[in-house]
Design a binder for this molecule. Sequence first.
Ligand SMILES: Cc1cc2nc3c(=O)[nH]c(=O)nc-3n(C[C@H](O)[C@H](O)[C@H](O)COP(=O)(O)OP(=O)(O)OC[C@H]3O[C@@H](n4cnc5c(N)ncnc54)[C@H](O)[C@@H]3O)c2cc1C
Length: 551
Amino acid sequence: MQPIFDQRRYLIPFRLTLLPQIFTDTLVIGGGVAGLRAAVSAAEQGEVIVLTKAALSQTNTAWAQGGVAAVLREDDSIDAHVRDTLTAGAGLCDESAVRLVCEEGPARVRELFDWGMAVDRDASGEPDVGREGGHSASRIYHSGGDATGAEIGRVMEERVRSLATTRVFERCFALDLLTPGPEPGSPVLGAITHHPRYGLQVIWARSTILASGGAGVLYRETTNPAPATADGLAMAYRAGATLADMAFVQFHPTVLYLPGAPRSLISEAVRGEGAHLVDDSGFRFMTDVHELGELAPRDIVSTAIVNQIAKQGGRVWLDARRVDGFTTRFPGITRNLARFGLDPTRDLIPVHPAAHYFIGGVRTDANGRTDVPGLWAVGESASTGLHGANRLASNSLLEGLVLGERAGRDAGRNSNGNGRPGPVPIVSDIPISEHGELDVSDVRSSVRSAMWRNVGVTRTGAKLKDVRDMFDFWARYSLDKILDEPDGWETQNMLVVGALVARSAQWRAESRGCHRRDDAPESSDDFAVHDLWRRGNADPVLVPVDLGAPV
Ligand SMILES: Cc1cc2nc3c(=O)[nH]c(=O)nc-3n(C[C@H](O)[C@H](O)[C@H](O)COP(=O)(O)OP(=O)(O)OC[C@H]3O[C@@H](n4cnc5c(N)ncnc54)[C@H](O)[C@@H]3O)c2cc1C
């Protein structure tokens, strides 16, 4: 018996036919870097609709600060980028995926420059490159100092809006994928959507590309904007797609930590420019923890901050007063701190770790194909094997560009000019709970707190078991009455994906990359495999690294 919130809903024939019907060749769910890049390629072959559940500026992409990594200079090499990515990935990267992204990345980044990206330039007028933790060379291209994601989003949006064959539906929420039957593996034929003005609509598509981003909102503390509620992961899972490596959530060590303020990122580049982490007494604790001090890998800095707070009971601060030219190098961060009365040239900045990047995702091949016919996945919602057990800084925008282009091209081949997939029988799989209704906002905040406490920076088998019991308890109840509204669907999606992250983290009884178990502090060869999760299976299917995706 599957948990209530795992089940498909809305596949009710009479109700579907009463809704407005829209037809397209390719439906792209998500308007971040990956979705927009996919739309550009797919639009060369047919009609495209891009959905975003919020405004186009409300994406992880738009919030990216540091930059995009790519090898464009003679003094760097693809091999070095591959090596750095494999090292960060701690034995779980698929080398073929790493090589593909590093090799095709430079062309995708040059293309952005050609399309008008205002990349920061050095005194000689060449694109300026920065360096970030884990990179053996300076290869991070940035814009507006710390506004790279917003600039990439601007360029991509301009490009997509100039295409005659593409429509962008903003604030249009994909509730669930359309399939002809409830059984896993039925082809995906589009999505059911909800728009505040137009209500429910059915969008039929010959190809559907999930580009719905990450899952940071599963956690009480996160750098992600509000839309990152794991919708695409949950939709794909309900439709029978395989999810991979769900335990791996990257926590960023330094977000602004003020009661009531959004957890905005204080980029790693600030520590790269010389800022120190200190406790209440001014003690610089990172030098005792790692030879690289504040520039140690993110998981090590995050753990050290959590431990330091637990040890002394106070707070941890970023001392950026020593950083020359802070306000020019980091204008966005400076503006944001000023909103809360902080001046980084004078004040210490209170910081804390927060959930940042979701490494697990819908398993795909090198063209973004999932194992469900008609469904592709790209960007943060996908798992290509690039990041392994830990993501190298600035590789995710790059992955979105490379896989977006490939998936859009591949999915666009299904175009037939009129977008109509033909009539299909739709069956219903609606669960009826004998238990009562859950209070959606209460469940949502409980999930976020429980995930932070039990599936956060450091984990133990006991804490993971507790949170699994909690998910099992919630699974007996129904969210049915509120399922016409996005809020209910988001909560349902968070329950599905939160439960899978907890299951994967409990199964992975080792520490590797950004997954750290206090009760199993070493990594173990027994776990040097991908763990795959499919609807209907209680246990993961295990596959060796570099076997290639099962499609
Ligand atoms: C603060 C911050 C800083 C970062 N800095 C960097 C950096 O410097 N370099 C780097 O490489 N990476 C960085 N990252 C990570 C990177 O930004 C993201 O991984 C990447 O942008 C993800 O792109 P995406 O296209 O997959 O998803 P997103 O950009 O998150 O876009 C997701 C889209 O899906 C839509 N969506 C979601 N659910 C639904 C639904 N149900 N229906 C309809 N639409 C839906 C959303 O509205 C949105 O349009 C950073 C992330 C954050 C949060």
